[in-house]
Write a protein that binds this ligand. Structure first.
Ligand code: TXA
Ligand code: MG
Length: 327
């Protein structure tokens, strides 16, 4: 089922997309589980395969800026059109934007909302697949609902074996965290999920951008952004926060940086980046959480970092991963 992402398998995967089937494919953020975004029957299969609640909308992937017009209604010279033009330089890349949807997008993609999230991924295989399919591809991360997002083809197979016809293998995802999501329909523009494009970068374009509080009251704008998400099964906590007085014997530690001190209390220790480079931490974090989740540990302790730049997205994912164990 895992296939090297060569021309033949991309063509075959594109044909499956046109035939209402599911295909998993690499992107620079995480692997996606794709279906034809215009095909309600196909999109329903995504929800079934992931066990994803119907109220959680999907991101639609397109191959170029011009294709936005097929999935979103943007009045010429409108505020949204101006905002889109300002963002052009971020695509292809790890940025998803929420826009008014067209009628053509299958209703369950948008989970009943009047908007659709769109992005142009920066991965040659994803782009080739979308072009070959000739339709926009709706794709959430290719993992069972609520588990850690996949950054390799093997991760996809682990979680969705038998539920997806082809997994295109494009190696490890370069960024390793899901895309940044911003809402271009709100005033001011709102950051819904931090990711590979940082808040600081977005502020240089939208100085008044608002950050949606994780626990804010009111209607759930982005239901997938609920607190508990991305959880390992093994109890997982942040280093230095609510660590137990007495440790169980099988504890794993994920460090962001190589340190001088010997970490003798731990059964397994992983260092994500020798120098603590956040790009490297992000790229390896999900794979490392998965690995330790399968290592028979009683507890996983994870480092923390400042919520600056990519650090904001890293801490967002870690807060979700640890939410149900730290309450
Ligand atoms: O990097 C990514 O974004 C990856 C790759 C595959 O592109 N995809 C991904 O999809 O992370 P998923 O389904 O795991 O997360 C999609 C998020 C959800 O939190 C959902 O609530 C939000 O996008 N979303 C989708 N449509 C929306 C809309 N119309 N308004 C607000 N949020 C939306
Ligand atoms: Mg996901």
């Amino acid at each position: 089922m895992i296939r090297p992402a060569d021309q033949n398998s991309i063509q075959e995967a594109a044909k499956l997309i046109r035939e209402s089937e599911l295909v998993a494919f690499p992107t620079e953020t995480v692997y996606g589980l794709g279906a034809n975004a215009f095909d309600e029957v196909a999109v329903q299969k995504i929800f079934a395969a992931k066990g994803r609640p119907a109220h959680n909308p999907l991101i639609v992937h397109i191959a170029d800026f011009e294709s936005i017009a097929g999935v979103a209604t943007i009045p010429p010279a409108s505020k949204i059109e101006q905002r889109l033009q300002l963002l052009r330089g971020f695509w292809p890349g790890p940025l998803s934007v929420v826009l008014p949807r067209t009628e053509q997008v299958a209703p369950s993609v948008c989970a009943g909302l009047a908007t659709v999230a769109v992005r142009i991924p920066n991965h040659p295989v994803a782009l080739a697949l979308i072009k070959a399919a000739g339709v926009p591809i709706a794709a959430p991360s290719a993992n069972p609902s609520n588990y850690i997002s996949p950054t390799t083809a093997a991760h996809v197979e682990e979680g969705l074996r038998g539920k997806v016809r082809i997994i295109l293998d494009g190696g490890s995802s370069e960024i390793g965290l899901e895309s940044t999501i911003i809402d271009l329909c709100s005033d001011p523009v709102t950051l819904l999920r931090p990711g590979g494009i940082s808040l600081e970068q977005l502020r240089s374009i939208f100085p008044d951008i608002k950050v949606r509080e994780q626990h804010s009251l009111g209607p759930v704008l982005s239901p997938g952004l609920l607190k508990e998400h991305y959880s390992p099964r093994t109890p997982t906590i942040l280093r230095g926060q609510r660590e137990p007085q007495s440790y169980p014997s099988k504890v794993g530690l994920i460090c962001f940086k190589q340190s001088q001190s010997l970490e003798t209390n731990y059964k397994e220790v992983r260092v994500l980046s020798k120098s603590g480079r956040l790009e490297e931490v992000a790229a390896k974090l999900f794979a490392c959480l998965r690995e330790l989740d399968q290592a028979g540990l009683e507890l996983i302790v994870v480092d923390t970092c400042k919520e600056i730049g990519l650090g904001r997205a890293i801490m967002d994912r870690l807060m979700r991963a640890t939410a149900k164990f730290s309450g």
